[in-house]
Structures are given as structure tokens and as C-alpha cells.
Design a protein around this ligand. Sequence first.
Ligand code: SER
Length: 621
Amino acid sequence: MQSSELRQKYLDFFKKQGHAIIPSASLIPENDSTTLFTSSGMQPMVPYLMGEKHPLGTRICDSQKSFRVVDIEEVGDGRHGTFFEMLGNWSLGDYFKKEQLHWIYSFLVEEVGLNVNNLYATVFRGEESIKVTKDSESVDILKDIFKKYGIDAKDVNFSEKDGMQGGRIFYYPVEKNWWSRSGIPAKMPIGEIGGPDSEIFYDFGVDLKKHDNSEWKDLPCHINCDCGRFIEIGNSVFMEYKKTENGFEKLTQQNVDFGGGLERITMASQNTEDVFQTDLYLNIIKKIEELSNKKYSDDKKSFQIIADHLKAVTFIMGDNRGITPSNLGQGYIVRRLIRRAIRFGKQLGINEYLWQTKLAEIIISDYKDIYVEIQNNKDFIMDCLSAEEIKFENTIEKGLKEFSSLSSQNIISGKDAFLLYQTYGFPIEMTEELAFEKGLKIDMEEFKKESEKHQELSRTASAGTFKGGLADASEQTTKLHTSAHLMLAGLRKFLQDSVSQKGSNITSERVRFDFAWKDKLTQDQLKQVEDFVNEAILKDLPVICKEMTLDDAKEINATGVFEHKYGERVKVYFIGEGEQNISKEICGGPHVEHTGTMGKFKIIKEESSSAGVRRIKAILQ
Ligand code: SER
């Protein structure tokens, strides 16, 4: 089945089961200080999983653009990409295990047409330390499902030593079958939600040639062993727990959070050797073959890295948030991906001028009907890619030469690694990778000292990983979130009524707010905005949420960057009533109930964020 048909079938199938289809949220999370990127479909759903009411009801589904920075090094194994689409469906305190498992298996078997004999399941084994018992309920349901398809499914405990043991359903420990944004229970911050899950694996068959070099080739197979035979294609999380100071407590509602990788389900459906040979990558791979004059089979790893990284940066830069390659946050990751792709392009012998834009063209044309934003931002993407390629092309050769001359030593000093960064623009991860390939080490301690000394490298080291603190900080982030609405209202009043928000990021300490405006703001303008927000706080205005259709929201001139995010019905937050109303914005919340609780608002910085976009950082004292 073609991927576009598969994506549509999934949404149609869950629509039939009463789900509202929502468009993908941005890859750059709004008002979420925990992560730089949206890395799973559930991330934008967190407030609703925690109990807030979703304007579209209790059954939601979508196909979400996702990016996982932690998988950068994994790309090349055929089944990992940093960018992927996650098919997701959610029960927000509505249906639970039985409906979810029945539906998802019938989707895969009856709609996609996967051979049920190739499907295997895992379930949660139970974990004494958090007092959550084994999920035998899911096992019973799964047995019924397999029975429906004529399979007598045996459930067994996972065992590395004994392998499959003729099983179809496997109990795995908490490390494998518990899901939260931050991983296992011990790593979850207080306030974070999670739960046991049941994963679906597809058996691609024992292909000895494929696994000749596998470190698992002489070991008994088990479905989670990572040898490449079994690949996880979907995961139903039964999200009903919250971590508290006193251990795990049940949430007020039982949720389902399902996520399935479109690329991997397509791979199973098209029975290809890897995801890069599905129709989701076909045109890109073809173009790389053309540019390099090589065949995909000559150097699969380099092809996969280039295809994945270019797709990822096209989507990140194409996401209406004005992310450009830089040395900070998301921009740093974009820079790292582009430069890494350039290095592997060199390895393949690609030397056409601005070759990355040729690939971006293909990616945009492949996806523009589903994710129209990449088409709308095409010029921006092309300009950024060209500028970055030109910049790095100027230094990469010399840098690689410099690296070769350094590699006669056993260890690369931190000073040298820093020189490669500062003079030749080598992201430290690239130097690390080059060093690893040559069996060398880098003195990272010294590198850190060196970069701190120069205060040059302000990248976010833990990019993409969950930093926690969300729940602890929720009250303060809520206040800062409301201050962002007030700030936008102020900017529209004192600059121009058409000022639009380009993104925001809130931590418990500050709000960072990006908006479209060309010029640096004057001290006077900043003071006007600051005073405007503080006046609103002094007036102790009520904050009221109303649900309405998107059309009605537009009719009353509500602002909002998420215009199409929630489909038909949206929430609009009003600050102040009647005559006193100063802000109405489409937003998922949460917000304070009265502005008087917020404290004193202070702008601490105003700077350029990217071309045509200004950035304000502000705090509440
Ligand atoms: N959140 C789960 C995952 O990412 C299921 O959607 O695997």
C-alpha cells in the first residue's frame, strides 16, 4: 500500500470510531520548556491527557510530524530516521485497553493487509517498586484478537537465554514496556504522566545474509533484541498514572496514547528491506543517486543519513517558526544536520553547487499536499540551505585536512577540537564522529573549558531530552503563558495591529516570545508594552475561556498562531470582559483565572531572532 493511502486509511478508520482528526502540531513545541522538538504525537496532547478538556472531545487522532534528536547516530541502520510521521490516536478518559487493541490490530490486518502471522505483541510484566501489577488484562484481550485470526497465541515471559519459546505475546520488564516522555518511572519528574504499554512488532523474517554481521547472529531471537528481524511498528500506552512525591497515583481518567511510525508500517506493507526503500523516500534516494552517480546499494548508510537529515531540516525550517541554522537550540541541531549531510555528501562524491536545495525541492514536492507549510516556506528553506552550504563548503575541506593532521595523535586535545569548531565550523559532534571512526578520543573536559572560555558554544547540550520540572513549575509557566498573551496584545497596540506571533518558549523562569517585526524596538516601545502588561495585571482582569468554531473565532478577530491546529472547534481565551477586553487568542491553555495573581512583568531582553523576526525575553517578579 502506498504511504499516502495508508496515512489516510488510518485517519478514516479512527474517524469511523468516533475520533476527531486534528492537523499535525508544529515540530517546535509551544509553551513547553521540556524539549526542543515535538518527538511524539502525544506531546501536544499532554494537557488533555492530564484532564484538561479538549475542544474536539475525548477521541482524537492525527498524523504528527516528529523529530528525535537522540536518534541522529542511529540513522544508517535502515529503520531509524530523526524525522518521521507518527500516526496517533487518543482516548482522553474515554475507551481503554479492549477497544484500543481490537481496533489497532484490525486496522493493521484488515485495512493495511499485514499478515497476522508476522505480528507479535509485548506487554508490561509488572513492577514491584512502583506497585503496578502485570498487565494480564491486555494479554487476555490480545489472545482473543489473535484467536479471531486463527492463531492460538501463547504468552511467555521474555527470556534472553531462551529466546522466543514459541510465544506470540511477551511479558517484558518495565525498561521496555513502560512509556513516559522521560522514560522509565525512576527518570520521571514529579507530576509527569506515564503508564504500561503494549507494543506491536512485525517479523520481517530471518534473512541470514542481512544478519551475517549482526552481533546477535548466534543468539536466540527475541522480538526486542534489535537484530533487525523484528521491528516495532506501533505502541499503545495505557496512560493512567502520575508520579507524585508519594509514588505513583492513578490519574483522574484512563487514557490511551497510541503511536505508530508511518514509515515502518509502510515498510511492513511494502515489504521492503528498510524504510528508505519505501515510497516515502524513493524520490529522494533516486535524486541522491543522480547527484552522486552512485547506487543506493553502494553506500546505504551515507544515502540514509543524507535523505533523513535533509528531510528533517526541510520540515524544521518549514514550520512557520523561522528556525534557521545557528549556534543555539533548535538552530544548532539544524546546523548539525546540514553539516553532517554535507560531510556524507562529500563521502559519496557529490559536488554539485547547492545540491542540498535540489533534495529539498524533491521533499517539498513529495509532501506539500499533506504539510502545506513546507511549500509556503519554500523560499525561506532554500535561502537557509544555500547560505549554510556555502558557509560550510568554504571551510570543510581545510577542516578535514586539519583533522587528518591531528589524527596522528591518540587523543585530540580540547583546544584542537575547539579550533575545528571555531575556525572550520565543525560541530563538536562531527569531530567526535570523525574521531570515533579513527579510533581516537577527544579531551572533552578541555573542550568544554575552552568553549566556556570563549563563550562561543552556547548550544543546548541536552537538546531533545526531557529536562523535567514541568509539573513543579506549572503554576509559574501558566502565569508566564498568560503574560505572553498580554505581551502580544501590547505589541499589536503599540507597533501595529497585524503583528503576529512566530513562536514562544516558556520555562519556569522566563517567557521567550518571537514575533514578526523588522526593526529593533526602541526603549520607549518596550516600556509601553511593559506598562501595558502591568496595567492589565493591576486591573486584575478575569481570563475566560470560550469554545467556538474556528470560523467564529476568526469572525471575532481572535489572534492565534495555531490557526489550523485544532480543526473545527477551538478554545479562545479572553482577557478582560466587555469594554475591558484587551486580548482574545486561540489557544489550548492553560492560563491563570485572574491576571492579578501574576506578579510584576519585566522585559529583560529584546533581540533579533532571525530575518524579520524579533525576540523578547521577559520575567514575572
Ligand atoms: N507516546 C508513545 C510513543 O511515542 C505512543 O504514542 O511511543
